[in-house]
Design a binder for this molecule. Structure first.
Ligand code: NIG
Ligand code: FE
Length: 414
């Protein structure tokens, strides 16, 4: 057994009460100004004030001592919504958007997500792995220790499975915990234009069962939006996925309110994501069903859209998570500190609410809360040391990352 001791940390963590932290709880952190953590084989074995923990360690041998030198320590970030398995960013499209062309219009014209699909289909699995791994390590350098990564730029059986194999391999070949999500319903592929239901048949009859059999993903997602998949089509796919054992989530009410938030509640989804246009009725249904709202403020920023109504969601009692949405089109961003900064300064979350959103609630949004998301006995010793006095530095120090060290299962990885 390898035993490590972290000393002299100013520790801030949300506490896991067995479900996502909602309402007032979202803003409540444990703060231990001088904490010690005993780590055994990468898991937290004991944690508390130094003068309580140290006396209990009398004769136990310690293999490594980590002096945090009074730094602010927080849980590693969990980024619960990314599309970072892609070939290259769509920069020309970004400049078109700057000139006023709408994101969904670009997709309608065969660009957008479909341009990224064409690129994926022409790229070898090996090259896609190299590109994805590099981007995942970039996210790690900004403090993400757990990442969700979606497929969705293949849109046929061969290329969706290629993406999912790449995503799984990135998890195995880096220190990160990687959770793959099947997003075959990200757009309607050109070969099925105008035949969305036939494409759904392919997803349900061929892709879902094969992905399940090869254990390539445990979560299924869909882009529910005008010109993409309707609410009824979303219900059909996600119900079929759930019936064969997938957890489900949904890109809901991003540009238009189609009722995606309510559908997430109806299906007991792990999360509903985006929600820029979600209605009060939808939010109330999410709150009642305990569904996490995963907010993606860097996407609103990049699309120059109004932010999701985070304060209203909190008032409704919805638990909020934050994610980068890192993707080649609507939001090219691997940085959770940037996302936290937007959430605090532009959406009105407190630094404590934003930290809970980026750690504990994010872990719940991808079914990982048993292992990660808070610093507590039994969970993995995934933590960050920040160059500041409190989590507020994440929002305050703009344009750089205040994350000076990243530890995964007690191992320094950045
Ligand atoms: O979450 N909304 C749909 N999917 C992504 C964008 C993907 C892309 O533009 O490549 C999103 O914003
Ligand atoms: Fe997305």
């Amino acid at each position: 057994m390898i035993r490590k001791l972290v000393r002299n940390a100013s520790l801030f963590t949300p506490l896991d009460g067995g479900r996502p932290a909602a309402g007032r709880q979202q803003g409540e952190l444990l703060h231990l100004p001088r904490a010690a953590i005993l780590i055994e084989n990468g898991l937290i074995a004991s944690l508390g004030a130094e003068d309580e923990v140290l006396p209990t360690l009398q004769d136990a041998p310690i293999d490594e001592e980590i002096d945090a030198a009074g730094s602010c320590m927080v849980p590693g970030f969990v980024d619960p919504h990314t599309h970072l398995c892609f070939v290259s960013p769509r920069e020309a499209e970004f400049t078109r958007r700057l000139r006023g062309v709408a994101y969904l219009d670009i997709l309608q014209q065969g660009g957008g997500i479909l341009a990224s699909v064409a690129a994926i289909r022409q790229t070898s699995e090996e090259e896609l792995y190299r590109l994805t791994r590099e981007r995942a390590l970039q996210a790690l350098s900004f403090g993400s220790t757990t990442l969700e990564i979606k497929s969705g730029y293949g849109l046929d059986t061969e290329n969706e499975m290629k993406m999912l194999r790449v995503i799984k391999r990135v998890g195995r070949s880096t220190p990160l915990d990687v959770v793959p999500t099947f997003l075959g319903a990200h757009a309607v592929p050109p070969a099925y234009a105008g035949r969305e239901d036939a494409y759904l048949d392919l997803l349900i009859e061929e892709m879902l069962p094969r992905i399940k059999a090869e254990e390539l993903a445990e979560q299924c997602d869909i882009f529910c939006e005008n010109g993409v998949f309707s609410l009824e089509q979303s219900r059909r796919l996600l119900t079929a996925a759930r019936d064969i054992g997938f957890h489900v989530k949904i890109h809901a009410d991003e540009v238009n309110d189609l009722g995606g938030a309510g559908l997430a509640a109806e299906l007991q989804a792990l999360s509903a994501d985006h929600l820029l246009a979600a209605s009060d009725v939808g939010l109330a249904r999410m709150a009642a069903a305990g569904i996490v709202a995963t907010l993606l403020p860097a996407t609103a920023y990049s699309l120059r859209k109004p932010y999701a109504r985070a304060k209203d969601m909190l008032a409704h009692g919805v638990a909020l998570a934050l994610a980068t949405d890192c993707n080649p089109g609507s939001c090219l961003c691997e940085s959770m500190p940037f996302v936290i900064g937007l959430a605090v300064l532009n959406m009105g979350l407190t630094p404590a609410e934003a930290l809970t959103a980026a750690t504990l609630n994010a872990a719940y949004a991808i079914g990982m809360a048993e292992k990660v998301g808070s610093l507590q006995v039994g969970k993995q010793a995934d933590f960050l040391l920040l160059d500041g006095e409190s989590p507020a530095i994440l929002a305050f120090h703009a344009g750089v990352s205040p994350v000076c060290a990243v530890y995964k299962r007690g191992e320094k990885i950045f």
